[in-house]
Design a protein around this ligand. Structure first.
Ligand code: CA
Length: 515
Protein backbone atom coordinates (compact mmCIF):
# COMPACT_ATOMS: atom_id res chain seq x y z
CA UNK A 1 0.00 0.00 0.00
CA UNK A 2 2.96 2.32 0.33
CA UNK A 3 2.79 4.30 -2.94
CA UNK A 4 -0.68 5.50 -1.89
CA UNK A 5 0.46 6.01 1.64
CA UNK A 6 3.29 8.18 0.45
CA UNK A 7 1.21 10.33 -1.84
CA UNK A 8 -1.60 10.86 0.63
CA UNK A 9 0.88 11.58 3.35
CA UNK A 10 2.32 14.36 1.25
CA UNK A 11 -1.12 15.90 0.94
CA UNK A 12 -2.29 15.39 4.48
CA UNK A 13 0.82 16.32 6.34
CA UNK A 14 2.39 18.68 3.80
CA UNK A 15 5.68 17.10 4.61
CA UNK A 16 8.70 18.12 2.59
CA UNK A 17 9.76 15.63 -0.04
CA UNK A 18 13.41 16.19 0.69
CA UNK A 19 15.05 12.88 1.39
CA UNK A 20 17.65 13.41 4.02
CA UNK A 21 20.70 11.23 4.16
CA UNK A 22 21.68 12.71 7.47
CA UNK A 23 19.68 14.14 10.28
CA UNK A 24 21.04 17.11 12.17
CA UNK A 25 22.10 17.16 15.78
CA UNK A 26 22.19 20.86 16.48
CA UNK A 27 21.21 20.96 20.14
CA UNK A 28 23.54 21.59 23.03
CA UNK A 29 25.12 18.19 23.46
CA UNK A 30 26.39 19.01 26.94
CA UNK A 31 22.93 18.45 28.37
CA UNK A 32 21.81 14.91 27.67
CA UNK A 33 18.29 14.78 26.28
CA UNK A 34 15.44 12.90 27.87
CA UNK A 35 14.13 10.14 25.64
CA UNK A 36 10.58 8.84 25.59
CA UNK A 37 9.87 5.64 23.67
CA UNK A 38 6.18 5.22 22.95
CA UNK A 39 5.54 1.59 22.03
CA UNK A 40 2.19 1.04 20.36
CA UNK A 41 0.80 -2.48 20.27
CA UNK A 42 -0.21 -4.41 17.21
CA UNK A 43 -0.64 -1.80 14.53
CA UNK A 44 0.47 -1.20 10.99
CA UNK A 45 1.28 2.21 9.50
CA UNK A 46 -2.39 3.01 9.93
CA UNK A 47 -2.26 6.60 11.11
CA UNK A 48 -3.88 9.48 9.27
CA UNK A 49 -0.38 10.75 8.43
CA UNK A 50 0.35 7.33 6.92
CA UNK A 51 -2.64 7.80 4.64
CA UNK A 52 -5.05 5.37 6.31
CA UNK A 53 -8.62 6.07 5.23
CA UNK A 54 -11.23 6.87 7.85
CA UNK A 55 -8.96 7.48 10.84
CA UNK A 56 -8.13 10.81 12.51
CA UNK A 57 -4.82 11.06 14.40
CA UNK A 58 -4.19 14.80 14.95
CA UNK A 59 -1.56 14.36 17.67
CA UNK A 60 0.64 11.92 15.78
CA UNK A 61 0.11 13.96 12.60
CA UNK A 62 1.56 16.91 14.51
CA UNK A 63 4.49 14.85 15.81
CA UNK A 64 5.21 13.82 12.22
CA UNK A 65 4.85 17.40 10.97
CA UNK A 66 7.27 18.69 13.59
CA UNK A 67 9.67 15.74 13.27
CA UNK A 68 10.54 12.82 11.03
CA UNK A 69 8.18 10.16 9.74
CA UNK A 70 9.66 6.84 8.62
CA UNK A 71 7.57 5.25 5.89
CA UNK A 72 9.48 1.97 5.67
CA UNK A 73 10.05 0.71 9.22
CA UNK A 74 10.10 -3.08 9.59
CA UNK A 75 10.10 -5.48 12.53
CA UNK A 76 12.43 -8.45 12.78
CA UNK A 77 9.50 -10.60 13.95
CA UNK A 78 5.75 -10.06 13.55
CA UNK A 79 4.84 -10.96 17.16
CA UNK A 80 5.22 -9.01 20.42
CA UNK A 81 7.87 -10.74 22.48
CA UNK A 82 10.50 -11.71 19.86
CA UNK A 83 10.45 -8.22 18.35
CA UNK A 84 10.41 -6.52 21.75
CA UNK A 85 13.39 -8.68 22.77
CA UNK A 86 15.25 -7.67 19.61
CA UNK A 87 14.54 -3.98 20.25
CA UNK A 88 15.55 -4.22 23.92
CA UNK A 89 18.95 -5.64 22.95
CA UNK A 90 19.46 -4.08 19.51
CA UNK A 91 19.99 -7.51 17.98
CA UNK A 92 17.99 -9.81 15.74
CA UNK A 93 16.08 -12.21 18.01
CA UNK A 94 17.43 -15.30 16.23
CA UNK A 95 20.96 -14.31 17.31
CA UNK A 96 20.15 -13.80 21.00
CA UNK A 97 17.99 -16.93 21.44
CA UNK A 98 14.78 -14.91 21.83
CA UNK A 99 13.09 -16.08 18.64
CA UNK A 100 10.22 -18.18 20.06
CA UNK A 101 7.29 -16.24 21.51
CA UNK A 102 7.18 -16.26 25.33
CA UNK A 103 10.27 -18.49 25.58
CA UNK A 104 13.42 -18.52 27.69
CA UNK A 105 11.97 -16.49 30.53
CA UNK A 106 14.33 -18.29 32.93
CA UNK A 107 17.39 -18.07 30.68
CA UNK A 108 19.67 -15.06 31.13
CA UNK A 109 20.91 -13.29 28.02
CA UNK A 110 24.21 -14.83 26.94
CA UNK A 111 27.27 -12.60 27.31
CA UNK A 112 28.04 -10.11 25.90
CA UNK A 113 24.43 -9.14 25.20
CA UNK A 114 22.70 -6.73 27.56
CA UNK A 115 19.46 -4.76 27.49
CA UNK A 116 19.96 -1.21 26.26
CA UNK A 117 18.72 0.14 29.58
CA UNK A 118 21.85 -1.30 31.18
CA UNK A 119 24.01 0.97 29.00
CA UNK A 120 21.67 3.92 29.57
CA UNK A 121 21.94 3.51 33.33
CA UNK A 122 25.73 3.34 33.04
CA UNK A 123 25.48 6.74 31.32
CA UNK A 124 23.53 8.27 34.16
CA UNK A 125 20.02 7.84 32.85
CA UNK A 126 17.03 7.04 34.99
CA UNK A 127 15.05 4.35 33.22
CA UNK A 128 11.30 4.61 33.77
CA UNK A 129 8.57 2.23 32.74
CA UNK A 130 4.98 3.24 31.98
CA UNK A 131 2.81 6.27 32.59
CA UNK A 132 -0.41 6.73 34.53
CA UNK A 133 -2.04 8.66 31.68
CA UNK A 134 -2.29 5.63 29.38
CA UNK A 135 -4.55 2.57 29.44
CA UNK A 136 -3.29 -0.04 31.91
CA UNK A 137 -0.32 2.08 32.96
CA UNK A 138 1.84 1.11 29.94
CA UNK A 139 4.16 -1.25 31.80
CA UNK A 140 4.48 -4.32 29.57
CA UNK A 141 8.00 -5.68 29.06
CA UNK A 142 7.53 -9.13 27.43
CA UNK A 143 11.11 -10.09 26.59
CA UNK A 144 12.30 -13.62 25.83
CA UNK A 145 15.18 -13.69 28.27
CA UNK A 146 15.36 -13.64 32.04
CA UNK A 147 14.23 -10.25 33.24
CA UNK A 148 12.24 -8.40 35.85
CA UNK A 149 10.49 -5.14 34.98
CA UNK A 150 12.42 -3.16 37.60
CA UNK A 151 15.57 -3.47 39.68
CA UNK A 152 19.29 -3.61 39.10
CA UNK A 153 20.80 -5.56 36.22
CA UNK A 154 23.99 -7.57 36.14
CA UNK A 155 22.79 -10.39 33.88
CA UNK A 156 23.84 -13.03 36.41
CA UNK A 157 21.83 -12.52 39.58
CA UNK A 158 19.99 -9.29 38.87
CA UNK A 159 17.79 -8.85 35.85
CA UNK A 160 15.92 -5.55 36.24
CA UNK A 161 15.25 -3.67 33.00
CA UNK A 162 14.09 -0.36 34.46
CA UNK A 163 14.71 1.63 37.64
CA UNK A 164 11.07 2.11 38.49
CA UNK A 165 7.53 2.09 37.24
CA UNK A 166 6.82 5.79 37.31
CA UNK A 167 5.70 8.82 35.29
CA UNK A 168 8.52 11.03 33.99
CA UNK A 169 9.25 14.16 36.05
CA UNK A 170 11.90 16.93 35.95
CA UNK A 171 13.61 15.31 38.95
CA UNK A 172 14.34 12.18 36.90
CA UNK A 173 16.40 13.98 34.28
CA UNK A 174 18.06 12.72 32.25
CA UNK A 175 15.44 10.02 31.83
CA UNK A 176 14.62 7.24 29.42
CA UNK A 177 10.93 6.48 29.63
CA UNK A 178 9.36 3.58 27.79
CA UNK A 179 5.57 3.73 27.71
CA UNK A 180 3.43 0.97 26.25
CA UNK A 181 0.29 2.00 24.39
CA UNK A 182 -1.78 -1.16 24.60
CA UNK A 183 -5.18 -0.09 23.32
CA UNK A 184 -4.77 -1.39 19.74
CA UNK A 185 -3.92 -4.85 21.12
CA UNK A 186 -7.10 -6.90 20.86
CA UNK A 187 -8.94 -6.93 24.16
CA UNK A 188 -12.32 -6.59 25.76
CA UNK A 189 -11.93 -2.82 25.68
CA UNK A 190 -12.30 -2.59 21.88
CA UNK A 191 -16.09 -2.55 21.97
CA UNK A 192 -16.12 0.06 24.75
CA UNK A 193 -13.58 2.25 22.97
CA UNK A 194 -15.87 2.37 19.95
CA UNK A 195 -19.02 2.83 22.06
CA UNK A 196 -17.46 5.69 24.01
CA UNK A 197 -15.84 7.42 21.04
CA UNK A 198 -17.36 10.81 20.22
CA UNK A 199 -16.29 10.25 16.60
CA UNK A 200 -16.41 6.52 15.82
CA UNK A 201 -14.79 5.71 12.50
CA UNK A 202 -17.48 5.60 9.80
CA UNK A 203 -17.87 2.16 8.21
CA UNK A 204 -18.33 3.69 4.76
CA UNK A 205 -15.07 5.67 4.98
CA UNK A 206 -12.70 2.78 5.53
CA UNK A 207 -10.88 0.95 2.75
CA UNK A 208 -10.32 -2.77 3.15
CA UNK A 209 -7.40 -4.48 1.42
CA UNK A 210 -8.47 -6.75 -1.47
CA UNK A 211 -7.63 -9.91 0.46
CA UNK A 212 -10.46 -9.17 2.90
CA UNK A 213 -14.06 -9.97 2.01
CA UNK A 214 -16.10 -6.79 2.20
CA UNK A 215 -18.68 -7.83 4.78
CA UNK A 216 -20.42 -5.66 7.41
CA UNK A 217 -18.77 -7.66 10.21
CA UNK A 218 -15.28 -7.20 8.80
CA UNK A 219 -15.90 -3.49 8.20
CA UNK A 220 -17.11 -3.12 11.79
CA UNK A 221 -14.03 -4.93 13.11
CA UNK A 222 -11.70 -2.77 10.99
CA UNK A 223 -13.45 0.42 12.13
CA UNK A 224 -13.21 -0.69 15.78
CA UNK A 225 -9.47 -1.19 15.25
CA UNK A 226 -9.13 2.33 13.89
CA UNK A 227 -11.15 3.61 16.87
CA UNK A 228 -8.41 2.16 19.12
CA UNK A 229 -5.80 3.93 16.98
CA UNK A 230 -7.68 7.20 17.58
CA UNK A 231 -7.85 6.45 21.32
CA UNK A 232 -4.10 5.90 21.31
CA UNK A 233 -3.55 9.14 19.42
CA UNK A 234 -5.42 10.92 22.20
CA UNK A 235 -3.14 9.28 24.77
CA UNK A 236 -0.12 10.55 22.82
CA UNK A 237 -1.67 14.04 22.96
CA UNK A 238 -2.06 13.79 26.75
CA UNK A 239 1.55 12.69 27.17
CA UNK A 240 2.87 15.49 24.94
CA UNK A 241 0.81 18.03 26.89
CA UNK A 242 2.15 16.61 30.16
CA UNK A 243 5.68 16.92 28.81
CA UNK A 244 5.07 20.57 27.91
CA UNK A 245 3.31 21.35 31.22
CA UNK A 246 6.39 20.15 33.10
CA UNK A 247 8.69 22.31 30.96
CA UNK A 248 10.41 19.22 29.59
CA UNK A 249 9.54 19.49 25.90
CA UNK A 250 12.62 21.43 24.84
CA UNK A 251 15.16 18.79 25.80
CA UNK A 252 13.13 15.64 25.21
CA UNK A 253 13.06 13.37 22.18
CA UNK A 254 9.92 11.30 21.60
CA UNK A 255 10.01 8.15 19.52
CA UNK A 256 6.76 6.53 18.42
CA UNK A 257 6.85 2.99 17.07
CA UNK A 258 4.71 -0.18 17.06
CA UNK A 259 5.95 -3.54 18.35
CA UNK A 260 4.43 -5.53 15.45
CA UNK A 261 1.77 -5.23 12.76
CA UNK A 262 -1.99 -5.11 13.11
CA UNK A 263 -3.77 -8.14 14.56
CA UNK A 264 -5.72 -9.37 11.59
CA UNK A 265 -5.33 -11.64 8.56
CA UNK A 266 -1.78 -11.48 7.16
CA UNK A 267 -0.88 -9.16 10.04
CA UNK A 268 0.51 -10.08 13.46
CA UNK A 269 2.24 -13.43 13.08
CA UNK A 270 2.97 -13.14 9.35
CA UNK A 271 5.94 -11.87 7.37
CA UNK A 272 3.75 -10.16 4.84
CA UNK A 273 3.58 -6.36 5.03
CA UNK A 274 0.72 -6.10 7.55
CA UNK A 275 2.76 -8.21 9.98
CA UNK A 276 6.14 -6.49 9.90
CA UNK A 277 5.58 -3.00 8.44
CA UNK A 278 4.96 -0.60 11.32
CA UNK A 279 4.53 3.14 11.90
CA UNK A 280 7.46 5.17 13.18
CA UNK A 281 7.90 8.84 14.03
CA UNK A 282 10.77 10.64 15.77
CA UNK A 283 9.96 14.01 17.33
CA UNK A 284 13.04 15.95 18.29
CA UNK A 285 12.73 19.71 17.74
CA UNK A 286 16.13 21.27 17.21
CA UNK A 287 17.62 17.90 16.34
CA UNK A 288 15.36 16.76 13.54
CA UNK A 289 14.17 19.17 10.91
CA UNK A 290 10.41 19.56 10.83
CA UNK A 291 8.51 17.83 8.01
CA UNK A 292 11.25 15.27 7.41
CA UNK A 293 10.05 12.24 5.50
CA UNK A 294 12.26 9.16 5.31
CA UNK A 295 11.48 6.58 2.64
CA UNK A 296 14.65 4.58 3.30
CA UNK A 297 14.39 1.15 4.93
CA UNK A 298 14.86 1.02 8.66
CA UNK A 299 14.58 -1.83 11.12
CA UNK A 300 12.80 -1.49 14.47
CA UNK A 301 16.02 -2.61 16.17
CA UNK A 302 17.67 0.55 14.82
CA UNK A 303 15.82 2.44 17.53
CA UNK A 304 18.04 0.70 20.11
CA UNK A 305 21.29 2.16 18.77
CA UNK A 306 19.56 5.48 18.09
CA UNK A 307 18.55 5.77 21.74
CA UNK A 308 22.08 4.94 22.93
CA UNK A 309 23.62 7.42 20.48
CA UNK A 310 21.28 10.21 21.55
CA UNK A 311 22.06 9.49 25.20
CA UNK A 312 25.80 9.59 24.56
CA UNK A 313 25.97 6.00 25.79
CA UNK A 314 28.29 3.29 24.49
CA UNK A 315 27.02 1.39 21.44
CA UNK A 316 28.44 -2.10 21.95
CA UNK A 317 30.43 -3.58 19.06
CA UNK A 318 28.15 -6.62 18.81
CA UNK A 319 25.07 -4.53 18.07
CA UNK A 320 23.57 -4.91 14.59
CA UNK A 321 21.30 -1.94 15.25
CA UNK A 322 22.28 1.23 13.38
CA UNK A 323 21.71 4.75 14.77
CA UNK A 324 19.24 6.86 12.80
CA UNK A 325 20.29 10.12 14.42
CA UNK A 326 23.35 11.75 15.94
CA UNK A 327 25.74 10.63 13.20
CA UNK A 328 27.18 12.54 10.26
CA UNK A 329 25.60 10.22 7.75
CA UNK A 330 22.89 7.70 8.54
CA UNK A 331 23.67 4.22 7.23
CA UNK A 332 20.29 3.10 5.98
CA UNK A 333 19.72 -0.56 5.26
CA UNK A 334 19.66 -2.25 1.87
CA UNK A 335 17.23 -4.76 3.30
CA UNK A 336 15.55 -5.82 6.51
CA UNK A 337 15.66 -9.47 7.47
CA UNK A 338 12.74 -10.79 9.50
CA UNK A 339 11.81 -14.17 10.96
CA UNK A 340 8.79 -15.98 12.36
CA UNK A 341 9.16 -18.91 14.74
CA UNK A 342 6.99 -20.56 17.42
CA UNK A 343 3.87 -18.67 18.44
CA UNK A 344 1.89 -20.37 21.21
CA UNK A 345 0.90 -23.90 20.12
CA UNK A 346 1.95 -23.35 16.50
CA UNK A 347 5.41 -24.39 15.39
CA UNK A 348 6.36 -22.31 12.39
CA UNK A 349 9.55 -21.20 10.71
CA UNK A 350 9.71 -18.60 7.98
CA UNK A 351 12.20 -15.95 7.02
CA UNK A 352 11.92 -12.80 4.92
CA UNK A 353 14.05 -10.23 3.18
CA UNK A 354 12.48 -6.85 2.41
CA UNK A 355 14.28 -4.52 0.02
CA UNK A 356 13.23 -1.09 -1.22
CA UNK A 357 11.04 -2.75 -3.84
CA UNK A 358 10.74 -6.47 -3.21
CA UNK A 359 9.79 -8.96 -0.50
CA UNK A 360 11.15 -12.51 -0.41
CA UNK A 361 9.76 -15.07 2.03
CA UNK A 362 11.16 -18.56 2.63
CA UNK A 363 8.68 -20.86 4.33
CA UNK A 364 10.66 -23.62 6.02
CA UNK A 365 7.43 -25.27 7.21
CA UNK A 366 5.12 -24.88 4.19
CA UNK A 367 2.75 -27.53 5.60
CA UNK A 368 1.61 -25.09 8.29
CA UNK A 369 -1.14 -23.10 6.59
CA UNK A 370 -1.64 -19.36 7.08
CA UNK A 371 -5.11 -19.98 8.54
CA UNK A 372 -3.72 -22.58 10.91
CA UNK A 373 -5.75 -23.89 13.82
CA UNK A 374 -4.45 -21.46 16.44
CA UNK A 375 -6.69 -20.62 19.39
CA UNK A 376 -5.45 -17.04 19.67
CA UNK A 377 -6.31 -16.37 16.03
CA UNK A 378 -9.73 -17.98 16.29
CA UNK A 379 -10.62 -16.03 19.40
CA UNK A 380 -9.29 -12.70 18.22
CA UNK A 381 -10.00 -12.37 14.50
CA UNK A 382 -13.66 -12.12 13.52
CA UNK A 383 -12.62 -11.85 9.86
CA UNK A 384 -11.26 -15.40 9.98
CA UNK A 385 -14.68 -16.86 10.79
CA UNK A 386 -16.60 -14.63 8.40
CA UNK A 387 -14.32 -15.51 5.52
CA UNK A 388 -14.47 -19.23 6.28
CA UNK A 389 -18.26 -18.98 6.07
CA UNK A 390 -18.11 -17.01 2.83
CA UNK A 391 -15.67 -19.54 1.40
CA UNK A 392 -18.07 -22.39 2.22
CA UNK A 393 -20.80 -20.43 0.47
CA UNK A 394 -18.57 -19.90 -2.58
CA UNK A 395 -18.43 -16.16 -2.05
CA UNK A 396 -14.69 -15.45 -1.84
CA UNK A 397 -12.51 -14.26 -4.70
CA UNK A 398 -9.34 -16.19 -5.58
CA UNK A 399 -7.26 -13.54 -3.86
CA UNK A 400 -9.35 -13.86 -0.70
CA UNK A 401 -9.13 -17.67 -0.75
CA UNK A 402 -5.32 -17.65 -0.86
CA UNK A 403 -5.15 -17.27 2.93
CA UNK A 404 -7.14 -20.50 3.38
CA UNK A 405 -4.95 -22.77 1.24
CA UNK A 406 -3.88 -26.02 2.90
CA UNK A 407 -0.21 -25.21 2.41
CA UNK A 408 2.01 -22.21 1.94
CA UNK A 409 4.40 -22.01 -1.00
CA UNK A 410 8.02 -22.80 -0.12
CA UNK A 411 9.02 -19.38 -1.43
CA UNK A 412 7.18 -16.14 -2.03
CA UNK A 413 8.31 -13.09 -3.98
CA UNK A 414 6.37 -9.85 -4.26
CA UNK A 415 6.95 -6.64 -6.18
CA UNK A 416 5.86 -4.15 -3.54
CA UNK A 417 5.95 -1.26 -5.98
CA UNK A 418 3.42 -2.87 -8.31
CA UNK A 419 1.67 -5.09 -5.81
CA UNK A 420 1.67 -3.47 -2.37
CA UNK A 421 -0.85 -5.98 -1.01
CA UNK A 422 1.36 -8.96 -1.99
CA UNK A 423 -1.32 -10.74 -3.99
CA UNK A 424 0.86 -11.99 -6.84
CA UNK A 425 3.61 -14.47 -5.92
CA UNK A 426 6.28 -14.01 -8.63
CA UNK A 427 8.57 -16.93 -7.81
CA UNK A 428 7.63 -18.74 -11.00
CA UNK A 429 7.67 -15.64 -13.23
CA UNK A 430 10.79 -15.83 -15.48
CA UNK A 431 10.94 -12.05 -15.67
CA UNK A 432 11.63 -11.94 -11.93
CA UNK A 433 14.11 -14.84 -11.83
CA UNK A 434 17.11 -12.53 -11.32
CA UNK A 435 15.32 -10.79 -8.43
CA UNK A 436 14.49 -14.13 -6.83
CA UNK A 437 18.12 -15.21 -7.09
CA UNK A 438 19.32 -11.94 -5.61
CA UNK A 439 16.98 -11.97 -2.63
CA UNK A 440 17.54 -15.65 -1.98
CA UNK A 441 21.26 -14.89 -1.95
CA UNK A 442 20.72 -12.04 0.54
CA UNK A 443 18.95 -14.44 2.91
CA UNK A 444 21.77 -16.98 2.52
CA UNK A 445 24.35 -14.27 3.10
CA UNK A 446 22.55 -13.10 6.22
CA UNK A 447 22.67 -16.65 7.56
CA UNK A 448 26.37 -16.90 6.73
CA UNK A 449 27.14 -13.62 8.50
CA UNK A 450 24.88 -14.09 11.52
CA UNK A 451 23.43 -16.73 13.79
CA UNK A 452 19.95 -18.12 13.26
CA UNK A 453 19.09 -20.24 16.28
CA UNK A 454 15.60 -20.66 14.84
CA UNK A 455 16.97 -22.68 11.94
CA UNK A 456 19.37 -24.51 14.24
CA UNK A 457 16.56 -25.85 16.44
CA UNK A 458 14.23 -26.75 13.59
CA UNK A 459 12.82 -30.25 14.11
CA UNK A 460 13.60 -30.20 17.85
CA UNK A 461 11.12 -27.60 18.97
CA UNK A 462 8.41 -27.82 21.58
CA UNK A 463 5.49 -25.47 21.00
CA UNK A 464 3.46 -24.55 24.07
CA UNK A 465 0.46 -26.71 24.89
CA UNK A 466 -2.46 -26.26 27.28
CA UNK A 467 -2.43 -22.50 26.80
CA UNK A 468 -5.11 -20.26 28.24
CA UNK A 469 -6.42 -19.49 24.76
CA UNK A 470 -6.75 -23.21 23.91
CA UNK A 471 -8.46 -24.05 27.21
CA UNK A 472 -10.79 -21.05 26.88
CA UNK A 473 -11.72 -21.99 23.32
CA UNK A 474 -12.56 -25.55 24.39
CA UNK A 475 -14.44 -24.31 27.45
CA UNK A 476 -16.64 -21.91 25.51
CA UNK A 477 -17.34 -24.43 22.76
CA UNK A 478 -18.40 -27.05 25.33
CA UNK A 479 -20.29 -24.89 27.78
CA UNK A 480 -21.49 -21.81 25.94
CA UNK A 481 -21.99 -22.88 22.33
CA UNK A 482 -24.20 -19.85 21.64
CA UNK A 483 -21.24 -17.56 22.40
CA UNK A 484 -19.02 -19.51 20.05
CA UNK A 485 -21.69 -19.29 17.36
CA UNK A 486 -21.76 -15.52 17.73
CA UNK A 487 -17.99 -15.43 17.36
CA UNK A 488 -18.19 -17.59 14.25
CA UNK A 489 -20.82 -15.22 12.89
CA UNK A 490 -18.17 -12.50 13.01
CA UNK A 491 -19.20 -10.60 16.12
CA UNK A 492 -16.46 -8.64 17.85
CA UNK A 493 -16.71 -10.11 21.34
CA UNK A 494 -15.29 -9.57 24.81
CA UNK A 495 -13.28 -12.78 24.77
CA UNK A 496 -10.81 -11.91 27.55
CA UNK A 497 -13.55 -12.88 29.98
CA UNK A 498 -13.40 -16.39 28.57
CA UNK A 499 -9.89 -16.74 29.92
CA UNK A 500 -11.11 -15.81 33.39
CA UNK A 501 -13.95 -18.33 33.22
CA UNK A 502 -12.09 -21.28 31.78
CA UNK A 503 -8.35 -20.74 31.84
CA UNK A 504 -7.25 -19.20 35.10
CA UNK A 505 -3.51 -19.38 35.47
CA UNK A 506 -2.28 -21.95 38.06
CA UNK A 507 -0.97 -19.06 40.17
CA UNK A 508 -4.37 -17.39 40.33
CA UNK A 509 -6.13 -20.69 40.97
CA UNK A 510 -3.82 -21.33 43.92
CA UNK A 511 -4.56 -17.90 45.33
CA UNK A 512 -8.29 -18.40 44.89
CA UNK A 513 -8.01 -21.79 46.61
CA UNK A 514 -6.09 -20.29 49.53
CA UNK A 515 -8.95 -17.90 50.22
CA1 CA B 1 2.30 -6.51 20.14
Amino acid sequence: MFPTVKSICLLVCLISTILLTSIGFAQDESKPPNIIWLMAEDMGPDLECNGMAGVKTPNLNQMAREGAIYNRAYCTNPICSPNRSAMMVGMHQTIINAHHHRSNRDVPLAAPYKPITSYLRDSGYNCLLGHSLVMGGGRKTDCNFKHTPTGEYDGVEKFGLFDKKADFTPEDQPFFSQIQLQVAHRGDWWKDVRKNSSHPVALQEIQLPKYFADSPEIRYDWAAYLDTVEYMDNEVGLLMQNLKNQGLAENTIVIFIADNGRCNLRGKGYLQEPGIHVPMIIWAPGRVEARTIVDELVCTTDISATVLKLAGAEIPDYMTSKPLMGVDEVQYRDYVRSARDIWDEIDECSRSVTTDRFKYIKNHMPGVPWATDQAYLEINRPALHVMRRLMREGNLTDVQMTFFKDEKPIEELYDLEKDAEELDNLTLDPEYAPVLLKLRALENQWQADNTDLGLADLGKRKPEVGLASEVARAGVKANEPELWERLEAGELMKTNQWMKRYAQSPKKKKKAGAK
